[in-house]
Design a protein around this ligand. Structure first.
Ligand code: NDP
Ligand code: 8X3
Length: 260
């Protein structure tokens, strides 16, 4: 798969940075976006000897900025072959009745609306060229609930269903859509979720072997490199140290001892 144009959101860290490195190794043209310009510049410097890299400081929540960034791409970057909708975040792990409403809004604006804006801007070109691949980064949190997952998990459920619905709309075209649904992976994700509390973030992975950003990049590369007639609809992956829990049961104190 050489010489494709790959647009990656959230390229400044974690999965996005790892995907940038993997796709660079195959000599593609990269458009790397995120809010942190310094991290993007470092990545561009690292990858420039391997491929053509364009960086665009971009907040995916800003609809006009997304539109402007894509509309003003130079000719050689204009025909985007692969859009990796990766930018996203979780904020907090509090129960729903205690969360900061702004955190919920930030997750909706980034994980849902940002992904919608990028998709809507890139998709018409893909359909016109009758080729392309949209890879959306969902999460196990979109399928499997957990305490404190409230809006984060719901935004990822949106990503799963939006991905499926896109394929319905695209049936009859050669445009592919895949939703990757990783479980626990060690990146900056938990530091962001716990707002810079490194100890709390480290606790998420302590004593376990989480997925790595490179595991996810390998997976994205694999789905994109399937033959053009193969659409991987969704792919869920977890660390060997993670699995589902039992359904929770709340017991009142006087009933808790019954059956002993
Ligand atoms: P990181 O925090 O390491 O990276 C997140 C990336 O998203 C950063 O590059 C960040 O860049 C970017 N980003 C966040 N908000 C915005 C915004 N408003 N506009 C543009 N870019 C933004 O986390 P991961 O790599 O782990 O997460 C990547 C994706 O994978 C997310 O969608 C996450 O929900 C999902 N995911 C993560 C899992 C995990 O356990 N790590 C598991 C399952 C899914 P910057 O701050 O520079 O803008
Ligand atoms: C990230 C995985 O389990 O922290 O999407 O929600 S989890």
């Amino acid at each position: 798969m050489e010489g494709k144009t790959i647009f990656i959101t959230g390229a400044s860290a974690g999965f996005g940075a790892a995907c940038s490195r993997s796709f660079a190794l195959q000599g593609n043209r990269l458009i790397l976006t995120a809010r942190r310009t310094d991290s993007l510049l470092r990545l561009q410097e690292e990858l420039a000897h391997r491929c053509d890299v364009r960086i665009i400081p971009l907040d995916v929540r800003d609809r006009e900025a997304v539109h402007g960034a894509i509309a003003s791409l130079p000719e050689r970057f204009r025909d985007i072959d692969v859009l990796i909708n990766n930018a996203g975040l979780a904020l907090g792990l509090e129960p729903a009745h205690q969360v900061d409403l702004e955190d919920w809004e930030t997750m909706v604006d980034t994980n849902i609306k940002g992904l919608m804006y990028c998709t809507r801007c890139v998709l018409p070109g893909m359909v016109a060229r009758n080729r392309g691949h949209i890879v959306n980064i969902g999460s196990t949190a979109g399928a499997w609930p957990y305490p404190g997952g409230n809006v984060y998990g719901a935004t990822k459920a949106f990503v799963t269903q939006f991905s499926r619905n896109l394929r319905c709309d695209l049936l009859g075209t050669r445009v592919r859509v895949t939703c990757i649904q990783p479980g626990m992976a060690e990146t900056e994700f938990s530091r962001v979720r716990f707002k810079g509390d490194d100890d709390k973030a480290a606790g998420v992975y302590a004593g376990a072997e989480p997925l790595t950003a490179e595991d996810i990049a390998d997976t994205v590369l694999w789905v994109v490199n399937r033959p053009a007639h193969v659409n991987v609809n969704s792919l869920e992956l977890m660390s060997i140290d993670q699995a589902w829990g039992p359904l929770a049961v709340h017991r009142t104190a006087d009933q808790a001892g019954r059956g002993d």
